[in-house]
Design a protein around this ligand. Sequence first.
Ligand SMILES: NC(=O)c1ccc[n+]([C@@H]2O[C@H](COP(=O)([O-])OP(=O)(O)OC[C@H]3O[C@@H](n4cnc5c(N)ncnc54)[C@H](OP(=O)(O)O)[C@@H]3O)[C@@H](O)[C@H]2O)c1
Length: 190
Amino acid sequence: VRVMVVGATGTVGTAVCELLEPGHEVVRASRRGDARVDLDDRDSIAALADGLRGVDAIVCCAASAPLTPLLDGDFIPSLQAKLLGQVELARTAIAHLPDGGSVTLTSGRIPEATPGSAGGALVNAGLEAFVRAGAVELHRGLRLNAVCPGWVRESLVALGMDPSTGTPAREIAAHYVEAVESTLNGQVLG
Ligand SMILES: NC(=O)c1ccc[n+]([C@@H]2O[C@H](COP(=O)([O-])OP(=O)(O)OC[C@H]3O[C@@H](n4cnc5c(N)ncnc54)[C@H](OP(=O)(O)O)[C@@H]3O)[C@@H](O)[C@H]2O)c1
């Protein structure tokens, strides 16, 4: 299977590419990747349609929704790239992938009662609702799923935080591989 990984240079994306590579052909995409796409830019997502020729599956683990104070912060950037960007990417891919193709998006799990998490929680809940509801409309054997990572161990290390509560990126990456290789549809994994 030829799989495009959007966010291929990131912590999660790197592990996903490594795990996919033995069995699949991987096309790396991001704002600065071999294939370019900016989830913040609708035109750039629409332009990706051409780059999807020959691609069977798309995995997106790009963009993020950083902690943002409820009143002082701006939720729009996270909503724009991580929520609406992934939704638009999925809709574009579904229109262009061949029969049996799959789309796997990324939501996220934030520990309860984390100050600044309202915007991220909104983004993640929106993505998971979109996947569950959107999957029922798919035809031609197409599939739509999401992976919901909690803290990634490597990210905690990079941030100088206690890594013991994190999950190794490779373990999280296995959920993306399962989404690509299985027949799952409308599921949130992880
Ligand atoms: N790491 C964690 O602990 C954790 C926990 C829960 C959820 N998640 C979620 O998992 C996903 C991946 O996280 P990560 O830690 O791997 O992120 P990361 O290391 O910051 O990597 C982000 C990747 O996305 C690309 N990217 C960023 N903005 C983009 C945009 N607007 N359009 C296209 N590509 C873009 C980056 O490459 P370019 O700069 O070249 O574009 C990079 O390849 C995110 O959705 C994040 O919210 C992560």
